[in-house]
Design a protein. Structure first.
Length: 126
């Protein structure tokens, strides 16, 4: 039987919108949205939003997540492709200048329930 993964999303600046998460179960599927399992969590409160994913088997996972502030079901970007909505990954990647690799953001889910803290941030030069 799978375990429960509780996710605490921090950095929610305002109430409203939807935290959208794409979960990947392998290196070969990572960042291919059509191969992701998608989850949505309502951002009903400012500050921290909590969500749960039930029945995950033990193993390696990675996810990309963003706060869809205007509920248009996509990560909004500016003219040069920089995200304008807060986003994050299963782990904080070492560089914001490129997409992270599977190895940089992979997390291991063991045989027990687990809680992860996920910080959503707006992209900024500094």
């Amino acid at each position: 039987m799978g375990r429960k993964l509780t996710l605490r999303f921090e950095g929610i600046e305002k109430t409203g919108g939807t935290v959208r998460l794409a979960l990947y179960g392998s290196r070969s599927d990572f960042m291919q949205e059509e191969k992701a399992v998608l989850y949505n969590f309502k951002a009903d409160s400012q500050g921290t939003v909590e969500g749960e994913i039930e029945d995950l088997p033990a193993g390696s996972y990675a996810f990309a997540v963003f706060l869809d502030e205007n509920n248009n079901k996509k990560l909004d970007k500016n003219l040069v492709g920089v995200p304008t909505e807060p986003y994050g990954f299963s782990k904080t990647p070492p560089s914001k200048w490129r997409l992270p690799t599977w190895e940089e953001v992979r997390v291991e889910l063991g045989n027990n329930d687990q809680t992860l803290l996920v910080k959503l941030k707006r992209w900024a030069l500094l």
